[in-house]
Ligand binder design. Structure first.
Ligand code: SF4
Length: 570
């Protein structure tokens, strides 16, 4: 198997840039829009000393803006009110939240909480399609004169010593053997004064940067959940537009972290998904199976009866919170949005934080363009801006929320109560955390049969109506890649897959990947008679494998730009 690695001896054309924003999701688009606003205001106030937007670029790996954007998606409007007052009159909104409720699920029953806990109350929030919303923001950015390069992934950072000096975009037209094809085009070297990473959860350049500079040494490890989602069309009147339902409990047991959402959109559609914490103990846990089991619960099955699943997708979310966030700015770089962990896991919301962090990065970049200083002392002021903003007011009180669930659901709930009573301090100001993959148990420490966990384990079969196997679900994600290209899931030692991993964990990649990318195939010449086989063109870019592989030998790198899922309408 040949993996995608940088090609040697290729000349890359250079382009000068003032600012490069990597990622065209809400954080990246908000950053570009805010920067444009600041430049416009400056140019009006200082005729003759205008700043240009010509050398500001947004790189988006999807074929078009929004194509890879998948989320719940419930929008707290706070940051949009600041970015674009009046946005509600023109933005694509599915519905304003009309009701919210929380249920605790046992295997057969669903108990409604008498009141929705305050962090989950959604009055004033909006159900949106993040795909359509990002597209709309993208059109706004294009109106400003800032250039968006769609179909271009950032494949590596350029360095000048320890300073980030820009981004290299992906080479196009590389075949399966990592050799140039007839349509080969080398990637560009965008030499930039400021590089802003807004790549989403577990960004590949963010991982390169934090690893190279050792940025997270004194932080808690970032923890994640993977949200697996389906969009359904239901009989009229079944779920009202703007109706929001959260659930806890079944099909998870008290050892796993996670929960579900059901959001009513317009035209009788619902977004339904289940987030499984990527810190579960049983290596056979399959998050796509978790969603299928959730739908079989009588409460959910009744809601979906007579409906039709129309779309599917998956995305990871950074749960680690305040203590897990990397430094936000340094020599030539800043990190925003999900890439930096701007998500409130207690509220299950991050879009408003991603937007606000993008805006604050824009303000920092603007000051840098004015002063001509893009060193760590200037770009590092992003941290001070975040500290002085409502982001800190929201995230700091929940800084120890997710860590409380490391010992199970009940201790997590008790800890939540304690945190609320102590302003987030709890028993000590900073609870430690462990990487999720470290909590996976070897096969000999778990029961051979599933026991109370049976509904989470292995592949779901699917009945084709209410439940679906992985490949059927995947078909509804619209995923498409150029087939003749090297695998973009880089396994650094495939021998481990066939030997240690098979014996210790039973190759959990077969289960945690929601897109059936990893398979163990029969091979008489392989150790133990089986070897790993990849189907990279199935990949929905969720990054679960990069996070949850127990040996940390899988690296997700961007495939040729333009490939990936197509989350139209989600
Ligand atoms: Fe997600 Fe990795 Fe599977 Fe792609 S290969 S869908 S990134 S788990």
């Amino acid at each position: 198997m040949i993996f995608r690695t940088p090609m040697e001896g290729i000349d890359h054309p250079e382009m000068e840039a003032d600012v490069v924003i990597v990622g065209g999701g809400p954080a990246g688009m908000a950053c570009a829009l805010r920067l444009s606003q600041l430049i416009d205001a400056h140019n009006t106030a200082h005729p003759g000393a205008e700043l240009s937007k010509e050398n500001i670029y947004v790189l988006e790996k999807g074929r078009e803006i929004g194509q890879h954007c998948l989320s719940g998606a419930l929008l707290d409007p706070r940051s949009m009110n600041e970015l674009l007052p009046g946005w509600r009159d023109e933005a694509p909104i599915e519905a304003e939240v009309s009701s919210d409720s929380l249920y605790y699920m046992t295997r057969k029953s669903a108990f409604k909480a008498p009141i929705t806990p305050p962090p989950m109350q959604d009055h004033g929030n909006y159900v949106i399609s993040i795909n359509r919303f990002a597209k709309w923001l993208g059109a706004k950015v294009e109106e400003t004169g800032i250039t968006i390069f769609s179909g271009f992934a950032g494949s590596e950072l350029l360095y000048d010593g320890e300073r980030v000096a820009g981004v290299r975009t992906d080479d196009k037209g590389v075949d399966k053997s990592n050799q140039p094809k007839g349509n080969f085009e080398p990637g560009y070297d965008l030499k930039s004064k400021i590089t802003i990473l807004a790549e989403g959860s577990r960004g590949s350049l963010t991982k390169q940067l934090t690893g190279k500079l050792g940025l997270c040494k004194d932080r808690n490890p970032m923890t994640y959940g993977v949200g697996v989602k389906e969009l359904w069309e239901l009989p009229a009147g079944r779920v009202k537009p703007g109706e929001v339902i959260y659930t806890m409990g079944y099909p998870l047991t008290t050892r796993e972290y996670g929960g579900a959402w059901i959001y009513g959109g317009k035209d009788n559609t619902v977004s339904l998904g289940f987030v499984t914490g990527l810190d579960y103990p049983d290596p056979r846990t399959d998050p796509q199976h978790v969603l299928q089991s959730f739908k079989q619960h009588p409460f959910v099955a009744k809601l979906l009866e007579g409906g039709k699943m129309v779309r599917y997708g998956a995305k990871t979310m950074p749960y680690g919170g305040w203590w897990s966030m990397p430094p936000l700015g340094g020599d030539g770089w800043m990190i925003v949005g999900d890439s930096a962990g701007f998500l409130n896991s207690q509220r299950l919301k991050g879009i408003h934080l991603a937007i606000k962090s993008g805006m604050l990065a824009a303000e920092t970049a603007f000051e840098s363009l004015i002063s001509g200083d893009s060193s760590a002392s200037q770009l590092g002021t992003l941290q001070q801006k975040v500290d002085a903003s409502w982001i800190r007011q929201e995230l700091f009180p929940v800084r120890n929320f997710h860590q409380g669930f490391e010992h199970g659901f009940l201790s997590g709930m008790l800890n939540t109560g304690l945190l609320m009573a102590t302003g987030g301090h709890g028993l000590r100001d900073r609870y430690p955390a462990h990487s999720g993959h470290e909590r996976m148990l070897p096969l000999w420490d778990i029961m051979g049969h599933g026991g109370e966990r049976e509904q989470l384990l292995g592949w779901a079969k699917g009945d084709g109506k209410l439940t679906f196997d992985k490949l059927t679900d995947l078909y509804h994600s619209g995923t498409r890649h150029e087939e003749d290209q090297p695998a973009h899931l880089v396994i650094h030692d495939t021998n481990i897959c066939a030997t240690r991993c098979a014996q210790e964990f039973g190759n959990p990649c077969q289960f945690f990947c929601p897109a059936n990318v990893y398979e163990m195939e029969e091979a008489s010449d392989a150790p133990n008679g089986r070897r790993i086989h990849l189907n990279p063109s199935n990949c929905v870019h969720c990054k679960t494998c990069d996070i949850m592989d127990p040996y940390q030998i899988i690296t997700w790198v961007p495939p040729e730009g333009g490939g990936g899922p197509s989350y139209e309408g989600m």
